[in-house]
Write a protein that binds this ligand. Structure first.
Ligand code: ZN
Length: 529
């Protein structure tokens, strides 16, 4: 395990020393065994969960540094793509915020294989008889710019040519066949507007097959019709392992793409696109996860992780995804520390980077901490904006449900106790789940998450601070409860139990579609055979 303290300006160090933040000696823990027979989370009013919930509520709901922290992260640092200078600033921000909360903090390094940034993407569209000899039709519209952005981790494309634009509908095998030869052409792929979590899942599950067909047919590039309205642009990636994708791709503003589709239908031989994507690609480069820690008084080597990702895309400022929940993790640490109570087990507050490139930071964390995975009792992840929490997704595990219910009993009236047993890729619990560690991902209502997803509109004004504070209480109580209960929440599953869990939840199908299955089978990812 690498430990490194990040540089903090000397002025800040002075302030922290001068304020002389209170450190609670473990021996005085009022809930230590022997001092309180009801210690540990149970369903009784005397349980430590009931006591800590009563203490957390006023600390979190009252005046706190949370809003100012989030304002600085989003408005001042802004979008923070892993590998960028803004990401480095966000790491400094997180370290300083943990320290200001009086929570021990360090960072852990890993190598990001590729860094990527968008150049000046330019997409021109028109109807041009230049493409055919002799000119096929008399009609011609000049090539004019339309709204487009490069897909994240897309290869660069130099624009010195005009390509025929081919509409392949939604990109099914049949539609590709119907489109005929696509060799040397640019493809337009249709999308529906996304408004549910299932729609969002499909935005990731659909592309791999389409990309395969496009590459096999020798296409030059893919243009994805925007799945959000009103010319809103957003950054997607279809490369989920941090590698540069197989074919250049851009997202085209929905209204522009729909007009293009209409004109392709009208002028199939001469509808043309000129695409310039001078993306900058480099690396590998060292990146960091940020880890705050409150050590347990009885079983300090047993660990509960509360996590969110700190990185974001950069068209907006990453407020809903996931600045609000990165701030939640720090605030949960501040609040638990401020109660003056210590849990039996250690709680780690982890801010991962590399998430948007395929949960790279959490994968690296799992690899580095492989030797202690038997003692990681649970991983709790928040990564869905500020929609109301309805419960946790327990990654296919029914054995952890009663424990979670017991822990959240003090907040039963909040309606956050409808746990589900599904399992999915896509956020930072993934590699822990593949290792058999119990994971909890907050299930949240869609609220305003999807219309702003990865988009230029994902800004601070979208964050409902009251809701975020309520979620902070829930998150802190969940982490506390798992850390303080007498028994572990659930055991670490064996490889064959994990595989059963994958089949039951359909996670195996997702992994096959997205290209994760080989890594699981060969033991690169997940619990070793
Ligand atoms: Zn996210």
């Amino acid at each position: 395990m690498q430990r490194k303290l990040v540089f903090v300006p000397s002025l800040l160090l002075f302030v922290l020393t001068a304020s002389n933040l209170p450190q609670l000696p473990p021996v005085k823990n009022p809930l230590a065994p022997g001092q309180n027979p009801a210690a540990g989370c149970s369903t009784t009013d005397a349980s430590s969960c009931a006591q800590i919930a009563a203490k957390l509520l006023p600390i979190v709901m009252g005046p706190s540094p949370m809003e100012e922290n989030l304002r600085r992260l989003t408005d001042e640092i802004g979008g923070r793509v892993t590998g960028s200078p803004e990401m480095a600033k966000a790491v400094e921000w997180a370290v300083a915020a943990f320290r200001a909360a009086g929570v021990e903090v360090h960072t852990e390094k890993y190598m990001l294989p590729v860094i990527w940034s968008e150049g000046k993407t330019r997409l021109l569209f028109g109807v041009s008889s230049l493409l055919t000899t002799p000119p096929a039709e008399d009609v011609s519209f000049p090539l004019l710019p339309v709204h487009a952005v490069s897909v994240g981790w897309s290869p660069a494309l130099a624009a010195d040519e005009v390509y025929r634009l081919v509409d392949v509908g939604y990109g099914s095998e049949e539609e590709f066949r119907h489109a005929g030869s696509i060799k040397g052409e640019v493809l337009l792929v249709h999308s529906d507007i996304g408004s549910t979590w299932t729609d969002l899942l499909n935005e990731y599950l659909r592309p791999p097959d389409i990309i395969k067909r496009a590459v096999a047919g020798g296409a030059i590039a893919i243009l994805w019709m925007g799945a959000r309205e009103r010319l809103l642009l957003y950054r997607h990636t279809n490369s989920l392992k941090g590698e540069i994708d197989k074919i250049p791709q851009a997202v085209v503003a929905r209204e522009d793409a729909m007009r293009m589709a209409r004109l392709v239908e009208e002028f199939p031989k001469t509808a043309s696109a000129e695409l310039l994507m001078p993306n900058k690609i480099g690396g590998p480069v060292e990146q960091q996860n940020v880890v705050g820690e409150i050590r347990g008084y009885e079983k300090p080597n047993e660990v509960v992780i509360l996590a969110a990702h700190l990185d974001s895309w950069e068209l907006g400022t990453g407020a809903l995804d996931n600045g609000c929940n990165a701030t939640l993790v720090i605030e949960a640490a501040r609040a638990i520390k401020a109660t003056g109570l210590l849990p039996r087990r250690t709680i780690r507050f982890v801010l991962f980077s590399g998430k948007e490139q395929g949960t790279i930071g959490s994968f690296e964390y799992v690899k580095t901490h492989r030797a202690e995975l038997d003692k990681i009792r649970a991983v709790i992840v928040f990564d869905s904006g500020i929609g109301r929490v309805t419960g946790y997704s327990l990654g296919g595990r029914r054995d952890s449900e009663s424990g979670v219910r017991e822990i959240l009993k003090p907040l039963e009236s909040w309606g956050a106790n409808n746990d589900t047993y599904d399992a999915s890729f896509g956020t930072d619990n993934f590699d822990f789940l593949l290792e058999g560690v119990p994971t909890l991902v907050a299930n949240q209502e869609e609220a305003n998450y999807l219309p702003n997803y990865h988009a230029s509109s994902d800004t601070l004004d979208k964050v409902d601070m009251r809701e975020l504070k309520l979620h902070t209480v829930l998150a802190a109580l969940t982490a506390w409860g798992i850390a303080d209960r007498t028994e572990p929440l659930g055991k670490r599953l064996t490889r064959s139990e994990i595989e059963t869990q994958m089949k039951e939840t359909g996670l195996d199908r997702q992994m096959k579609l997205l290209g994760y299955w080989d890594a699981w089978q060969s033991g690169v990812r997940g619990r070793k055979p």
